[in-house]
Ligand binder design. Structure first.
Ligand SMILES: [Zn+2]
Length: 109
């Protein structure tokens, strides 16, 4: 008998392609992104920022540093189920960009 070749089980490795986008718990579109930001002077926690490109949901969540995007996403979904999404929601105030229209009041008669 010749050499027995051991059958290599070629399991197709699932390429771990964690999608950058999550399904938004509010509008249902897969346009939710989660980013992390450092919190200055805080080594244990970080800020998770979830944004939806569709309905413009904007959510900030202070989470332990070890959490992953998926963990944060689960948290957000939980919040949404409990109708607590508004607790972490921030409305981006863009009042600074307001264009001030000068009212011409010169027309004194
Ligand atoms: Zn959305």
């Amino acid at each position: 008998m010749a050499r027995r070749r051991r059958k290599k089980s070629l399991k197709p490795k699932k390429p771990r392609h964690p999608s950058r986008y999550f399904q938004c718990p509010r509008c249902g579109s897969v346009t939710l992104t989660i980013d992390f930001a450092k919190i200055g002077g805080n080594e244990d926690e970080k800020m998770a920022i979830a944004k939806c490109g569709n309905c413009h949901l904007y959510c900030e969540l202070k989470v332990p540093r070890v959490l992953d995007r998926v963990d944060v996403y689960n948290k957000i979904v939980d919040l949404s189920y409990d109708n607590k999404l508004s607790e972490c929601e921030k409305t981006e105030s863009e009042t600074e960009a307001e264009t001030e229209e000068e009212v011409d009041d010169e027309g004194e008669i």
